[in-house]
Design a protein around this ligand. Structure first.
Ligand code: HEC
Ligand code: HEC
Ligand code: HEC
Length: 194
């Protein structure tokens, strides 16, 4: 029997297209990527004062309006961060203060990095990698980024880190967007712990 070169079947072609799309999305970081969160950075600072600087107006009404926009960027209600009676905060307080600080200090709005509860823009994903770098070094963003330049101008420390960033970028982005494999149980766990 003679094999005839058949025109590619529709399902096979669809498969190839899907593969091509998959390859493309692996090359570029897509918006709406999920960032594996590290949590608040262990950096000593007056985070309350730095968070307060995010508010652009002193009156309560304007502040609430500004908060509403922040909540909208994260698609979260007030009670994600505030207690119901507005007399305290949830566990999101520490990271929210650091977020308000970096947003105010570098001139980048919440919605430029966040697209929802756990999803991020491309810039947000890079920031997720940067969050890990900051954690490693025990520093905050201004260590490497000149304030009010939207992360586009580096300090001398930032310039010095650039070659390492270029070398580690892919691995850091991967770590920031791929959930860590669950720690496997030790092979020979004792039946009963002492
Ligand atoms: C430059 C990008 C960037 C900006 C601007 C930004 N965020 Fe974030 N945000 C991140 C990244 C990255 C994380 C994940 C950090 C981590 O690894 O824990 C995060 C995490 C958070 C979390 C914790 C989410 C959770 O469920 O654990 C909250 C809350 C948050 N951001 C609020 C805000 C608010 C409010 C603003 C604006 C005032 C803001 N962010 C601005 C990048 C950003
Ligand atoms: C992502 C977390 C988050 C969300 C969502 C959020 N807030 Fe806040 N809010 C904060 C943090 C953090 C502060 C300031 C903490 C500090 O001053 O140290 C704050 C401060 C405030 C303040 C006090 C401003 C001042 O004068 O000190 C008001 C009022 C407020 N929020 C109202 C709201 C309202 C209303 C909503 C819902 C529309 C809301 N917030 C949603 C985190 C949040
Ligand atoms: C140890 C130094 C270092 C620290 C700390 C650091 N960054 Fe960066 N960041 C860099 C370098 C280097 C680049 C790449 C700049 C370039 O390519 O020219 C960069 C790039 C970025 C970019 C992309 C800028 C662009 O123009 O696209 C963002 C966003 C960013 N950083 C956010 C942050 C945030 C948010 C923090 C704090 C949580 C932070 N960085 C902390 C060194 C640092």
């Amino acid at each position: 029997m003679r094999t005839r070169p058949l025109p590619m079947s529709v399902p096979a072609r669809a498969g190839l297209i899907a593969l091509a799309l998959l390859t493309l999305s692996a090359l570029a970081v897509a918006d709406d990527a999920v960032v594996v969160r590290v949590g608040p950075l262990a950096v000593e600072a007056d985070w309350h004062a730095r968070a307060q600087a995010w508010f652009t107006a002193p009156d309560e009404k304007a502040r609430k309006q500004q908060m509403r926009l922040a909540g909208r960027a994260l698609k979260q209600p007030c009670k994600h961060c505030h207690t119901k009676a507005f007399d305290g905060f949830t566990e999101a307080l520490d990271i929210s203060r650091q977020m308000m600080a970096l947003s105010a200090e570098h001139g980048v709005a919440c919605g430029e990095c966040h697209t929802g509860k756990v999803t991020y823009t491309e810039r947000g994903v890079v920031a997720g990698a940067m969050w890990r770098v900051s954690q490693e070094q025990g520093v905050f963003c201004e260590h490497c980024h000149i304030p009010h330049k939207r992360f586009e101008a580096l300090t001398p420390k930032g310039e010095a880190f650039k070659p390492e960033w270029i070398r580690r970028r892919d691995a850091l982005i991967k770590a920031a967007t791929t959930p860590a494999a669950p720690a496997s149980a030790p092979a020979s766990a004792p039946a009963s712990a002492p």
